[in-house]
Design a protein around this ligand. Sequence first.
Ligand code: GLP
Length: 260
Amino acid sequence: MEIIIQPDSQQASLMAARIVGRLVKEKPHAVVGFATGNSPLQLYKNLVRMHREEGLDFSGVTTFNLDEYVGVPPVHPSSFHSYMWAHLFSQLNIPNNRIHIPDGLAADIPAVCRNYEQSIKSAGGIDVQILGIGTNGHLGFNEPSSSLYSRTRIKTLTEETRLNNSAAFGGQDNVPLHVITIGLGTILESRMALLLAFGKKKARAIAMTVEGPLAASVPSTVLQLHPRAVIVLDRDAASELKMADYYSWVYEHKPDWQKY
Ligand code: GLP
C-alpha cells in the first residue's frame, strides 16, 4: 500500500486527478471504476476542468460504477445514476454505451450481477478503481462480514450506513435496505485501487484499513492484499495512523519519476 498524506482534500484530490488523467492520456481506452459520495467530488471537478481546459479526451474510456440502490429509479435525485450524471458524465465526452452502473430496478438481480462481472472482464478489467470509504470500513457497499473474495451481488445495508446516507433520502427509514455492489474480489482485481478519505470522521476507518489486521469485519482491509493500492488522505483522515511520519517520509523520498 502507498499511503500519501496531503495537507488538505484539495491537494489530495488534485493528485488523484493527475493519476487518473495520466492513465487516460497514456491509455485512451482505459477502464475506470467510479465511486459516489462526497470524497471523490473534488477529483471529479478536476477531471472536468482537465477535459475542458487541457483537452483530456474521454471518448475511448469505459466506466463501471461501484454500486447502486435497489428499487431506486435512475432518475431519482439520490440514485447513483443521478449523482454520476450531475457531477461527471454530463460534462465529459464518454459515449453513453461505455458507461456502466448497476441496474437497481432489474427484475433478475443475480443475472444483472453476473452480467456486470462479465462486462468488466470483456472490457479488459478495471485499470483504476476510485474508492471512498464508509465509517465502518465499507468499500462500495461491501458492508462488514463481506467475503474478501466477493463478487458483484445484492447486499443489505447496515443501520450505520443508512444513517450516514439519510440526508439524501429525507430520513434513515427511507434509505433503501438493499443495494447492488461490486465485490471485494472484483476490487482486488483492479490494476490500481485509488482510495480517497478526508476528515476526522474517517480517521478510525483509515487506521484500521492500513494498520489493523486483515478482517472481513473491516472490508477495506482487503486493500492490504491489493498489488497496487494508493491511499490519498488529508491530515485529518491520517490523524490516527501510528506510522504517519513514516508514510510521509517514504513519499518524500520517492524518486521523482515515481511521484504523482
Ligand atoms: C457510500 C458509497 C461508498 C462511499 C461511502 C462514503 O456508502 N456507497 O462508495 O465510499 O458512501 O461516502 P462519503 O465519501 O460521502 O463519505
